[in-house]
Design a protein around this ligand. Structure first.
Ligand SMILES: C[S@@+](CC[C@H](N)C(=O)[O-])C[C@H]1O[C@@H](n2cnc3c(N)ncnc32)[C@H](O)[C@@H]1O
Length: 200
């Protein structure tokens, strides 16, 4: 059900000798999405609040022999890393699980170098009156999906995408819908956002 991950990572840069920080990394599945490009980074920091998921991530790191990857047990809204140290920061299906999501976005922005890239893929619902060029969702979609997701402690917020577009220079926004296993008629809305931290 977690659509769009491969497309997101294909669209992100992997600067030679750079630093990538993944916020809400879970089992480190995102690290696989880079393929060989993971080796371009000098430092990869995978952050999550869940010790059990970090345990699975640790096993993946050891199995793959990723010597540039380390784990950090921390809240994505206050990760203790030097400000301005990251070339790339990502969230894959984690922002909608973070109640203080705007603080997480602001913190990600603080971690990025000027000109650094943020990449996000997550569930979402559109605003009732989305801006020009943005996709409109029916009343049913805007009402149904937040109730559905709440069962799994996932809270898509219609202000999320507009907030990202305000905080970063937009490189790419894609608003899509993905199939759900076993339920052929329903498609759940998700977005990809790639943005750049303005250099001032
Ligand atoms: C749906 S999982 C996605 C995991 C992974 N990014 C992926 O795509 O497979 C959401 C993850 O966000 C983590 N998470 C939720 N709130 C968090 C927070 N405040 N700080 C760090 N991680 C958090 C959860 O522990 C979980 O691993």
């Amino acid at each position: 059900m977690l659509h769009g991950r491969d497309e997101l990572f294909a669209a992100l840069p992997s600067p030679d000798g750079g630093t990538w920080v993944d916020l809400g990394c879970g089992t480190a599945r995102n690290a696989e999405a880079w393929g060989d490009r993971l080796g371009d980074f000098n430092e990869v920091v995978l952050v999550d609040l869940s010790e059990s998921l970090l345990g699975i991530a640790q096993k993946r790191i050891e199995d793959r022999g990723w010597s540039n990857v380390r784990l950090l047990h921390a809240d994505a809204t206050k990760v203790d890393l030097p400000p301005g140290s990251a070339d790339v920061v990502t969230f894959a299906y984690s922002l909608t699980m973070i109640p203080n999501w705007f603080a997480a976005i602001d913190h990600a922005r603080t971690l990025l170098k000027p000109g650094g890239t943020i990449g996000i893929v997550d569930f979402y619902v559109a605003k009732k009156h989305p801006g020009e060029g943005r996709r409109k969702h029916s009343w049913f979609r805007r009402t149904f999906w937040p109730i559905w997701f709440a069962n799994d402690n996932v809270f898509p917020n219609p202000d999320l995408l507009p907030y990202l577009a305000e905080r970063f220079e937009t490189v790419e926004i894609a608003e899509e819908s993905g199939k759900i296993m076993w339920i052929p008629l329903l498609k759940m809305p998700y977005f990809r956002f790639v943005g750049r931290k303005r250099s001032l």
